[in-house]
Design a protein around this ligand. Structure first.
Ligand code: FE
Ligand code: FE
Ligand code: MG
Length: 167
């Protein structure tokens, strides 16, 4: 980040190294969420399989894009994105639920839990950067919008499945 850019953030009272660490934790979450969705889409069984798989793949793509947005911002702030997958486990807020049970209802519940965790993570970043770092604030807001939509999509599918098997 340029000298003027960094001075601006420091003048606003932003703890830049703390922000970089927080963004790296979210970065670890995004990679793990990406992999959880990606692998879940491969192994999922149940009804309606195709609709659920399509949704899981779409969400995986979004999570990878979020990782990209975070990496770009970490670098702009003068930080380094976590360098090895091994460290993701040390940094993650939301963890990783392996899709060991391929029942798509179980996968949906695991991923809903992940989305709810992600929503709290981005809410915190929004609060941390509000009135201090409009650029990171805007990135976190964009990601939060996606995570809210993800949670809602998965919950809607769960409701549809309940309806389908009601009779
Ligand atoms: Fe995400
Ligand atoms: Fe998500
Ligand atoms: Mg969706």
């Amino acid at each position: 980040m340029g000298t003027k850019g960094r001075k601006l953030l420091e003048d606003m009272g932003l703890n830049v190294s703390q922000l970089i660490e927080t963004l790296n934790k979210a970065f670890a979450d995004e990679w793990l969420a990406y992999y959880q969705y990606w692998l879940g889409a491969k192994v999922a069984v149940g009804i309606p399989r195709e609709a659920v798989v399509a949704e899981l793949i779409q969400h995986a793509t979004d999570e990878l894009r979020h990782a990209d947005m975070l990496a770009e911002r970490i670098i702009q702030l003068g930080g380094t994105p976590l360098m090895t997958p091994k460290i993701w486990y040390d940094y993650t807020n939301c963890g990783y639920d392996a899709p060991e049970n391929p029942d798509l209802r179980v996968l949906l519940d695991q991923n809903i839990k992940g989305e709810q965790c992600a929503i709290s993570v981005y809410k915190k970043i929004i609060d941390f950067t509000k009135d201090k770092d409009p650029v990171t604030y805007d990135i976190a807001l964009q990601i939060l919008e996606d995570e809210l939509e993800h949670e809602e999509d998965l919950e809607n599918i769960k409701d549809d499945i309940k309806m389908m098997f009601k009779k």
